[in-house]
Design a protein around this ligand. Structure first.
Ligand code: G6Q
Length: 539
């Protein structure tokens, strides 16, 4: 395959960028009064307006050529067919199978995996119902009122994000908590007001070897047994979600209470697998299945829609335009919905762990930028904090604004005020306020430059009707596939994460050095040696 920057479509984009890089959104909107309608796509109830981007129809055409030249279509097919596209780990990438309907067939190594997915979903549903209706009792016969998910990374960020997002649909007489950090404060604070007799721990770990999760799980077990004083209690208060039955059994969890998933599900793509068990208990199996239907609808849209009407493709290509041609380093995700408070943190892992790669699929160091830095918090809070820099700073920060036409908490006038801000921000970012307009307001001359807004700051608007489980599924799948589109163009493996390994290995080396009774012989660099010595003295 021709290297990315030598492809005709890439060169055409470079030439095009040189021509249009200074064009202002004011001009683009003035030239075409229908731009706002023409540069919008509606699919699956999601209205995607990309008109407030620094693009012309020609830009989109050239970006679509880039996608064609990168063979995006056949790469999508390879993923959906279960080919082992995660080449460094020799694995299929099949999160799409987690939400496939029963009658669909998806093969890995000659085996249709869809029946296995549904068997686990059924087992989860039965268990979730038993916990929710009080049939599943704790060791002393009390019903379970608290559920604590212990996991980290992909085994935490998805469940906690989705639980927060769908809290409106959750069982309000139960408590749900999520423990991830190895810092003992996390588990201490999560359990301090809970009664072990009424608490269920879900130990979520694909490998069941992760230091943080296993340490937290052992601490939870000690906390539980301190009160219940009987090892048999573990069976009633601990269940596991894992691919590793033998490690689960070693921990003391009955493998009958283990919910399985598979190596073709990446951690950051896994919250719609059994990793979402805590979520399913919170919102109930029916809502969980509605969410899966939302994921699946977006999968089908991504697989079949023409690229110029394909939401993940357009979102991904527009991201490439800023990342690789304008040199933007970050993307802000700005949901105007308080329930989506953890969305950016979730997308941060999804995007940055997937596309934070500096070598391509052939092992060559790339000579172009790959994954952006992803950040953001829900509006309107950010408006009173960091939006200043987006409006008037020196950096170009493309933003995704995500909003809903209906609120789940109709307390007038809140939602109208929220959405007025939502619309106002994309308008202000795009069009700004010229020096003449500022002067016309009677602003003194010395203040004019300070109060002028250059505008031309690009935004996508993603507008949905209502935050339902189905809508969340669509939204998350939209971003999953956006990441896939970009990874395909950059010709990188979006599905491994070797970058997290080195720190883990070094930490394991340092643990005994911190805990040794006698002064250990340290062989690190002079900085690390001194820091360890100081810690040992003061710990
Ligand atoms: C995700 C990553 C990573 C992983 C955690 C937890 O894609 O692989 O975030 O999810 O390291 O791993 P375990 O589930 O194996 O404990």
């Amino acid at each position: 395959m021709t290297p990315l920057r030598q492809r005709a479509s890439w060169k055409a984009l470079e030439d095009h960028y040189a021509k249009i890089k200074n064009i202002h959104l004011r001009q683009l909107f003035a030239e075409n009064p229908k731009r706002g309608q023409e540069m919008a796509v509606e699919a699956l109830g999601i209205y995607f307006d990309y008109s407030k981007n620094r693009v012309t129809a020609e830009t989109i055409k050239l970006l679509l050529n880039l996608a064609e030249e990168a063979d995006l279509r056949s790469r999508i097919d390879s993923m959906f067919k279960g080919e082992k596209i995660n080449i460094t780990e020799n694995r299929a990438v099949l999160h799409v199978a987690l939400r496939a309907p029963k009658d669909q067939q998806i093969f890995v190594d000659g085996e249709n995996v869809v029946p296995k997915v549904h068997a686990v979903l059924d087992k989860m549903s039965q268990f979730a119902d038993r916990v929710r209706n009080g049939d599943w009792k704790g060791h002393t016969g009390k019903r379970i009122r608290n559920v604590v998910n212990i996991g980290i990374g992909g085994s935490d960020l998805g469940p906690v994000m989705a639980y927060e997002a769908l809290r409106h649909y959750s069982k309000r007489d139960m408590v749900f908590r999520f423990v991830s950090n190895i810092d003992g404060t996390d588990i201490a604070e999560a359990t301090r007001d809970l009664d072990p007799e009424e608490t269920l721990f879900i130990v979520s770990s694909k490998t069941f070897t992760t230091l943080e999760t296993l340490t937290n799980a052992r601490t939870a077990r000690d906390w539980c047994l301190k009160k219940l004083k009987d090892d048999n209690a573990v069976a009633k208060h601990f269940v596991a979600v894992s691919t590793n039955a033998s490690e689960v059994a070693k921990f003391g969890i009955d493998t009958a209470n283990m919910f399985e998933f598979w190596d073709w599900v990446g951690g950051r793509y896994s919250y719609d697998s059994a990793i979402g068990l805590s979520l399913m208990i919170a919102i109930g199996p029916e809502h969980f299945r509605e969410m899966l239907a939302g994921f699946h609808a977006m999968d089908e849209h991504f697989r079949t829609a023409p690229f110029d009407k394909n939401l993940p493709v357009l979102l991904g290509l527009i991201g490439i335009w800023y990342n690789n041609f304008f040199g933007a380093e970050t993307v802000a995700i700005l949901p105007y919905d308080h329930y989506l408070g953890r969305l950016s943190a979730y997308l941060q892992q999804l995007d940055m762990e997937s596309n934070g790669k500096h070598v391509d699929l052939d092992g060559n160091v790339v000579d172009y930028q790959t994954g952006p830095i992803v950040w953001g918090t829900p509006g309107t809070n950010g408006q009173h904090a960091y939006y200043q820099l987006i409006h008037q700073g020196t950096k170009l920060i493309p933003c995704d604004f995500i909003g809903f036409c209906q609120t789940l908490n109709p307390i007038p006038p809140h939602h109208d005020l929220l959405m007025a801000n939502f619309f106002a921000q994309t308008e202000a970012l795009a069009f700004g306020k010229t020096a003449d307009e500022v002067r016309a307001d009677g602003v003194p001359d010395f203040q004019v430059p300070h109060r002028t807004f250059e505008g031309n700051h690009p935004t996508n608007t993603i507008l949905l009707d209502r935050l339902t489980p189905e809508a969340l599924g669509k939204l998350i799948a939209l971003y999953e596939h956006k990441v896939f589109v970009q990874g395909t163009i950059w010709h990188i493996n979006s599905f491994d994460q070797w970058g997290v390994e080195l720190g883990k290995v070094l930490a394991n080396r340092i643990i005994p050095e911190l805990q040794a009774k006698d002064e250990p012989k340290l062989n690190h660099d002079s900085s690390t040696n001194t820091l360890i010595q100081r810690y040992r003295k003061l710990r």
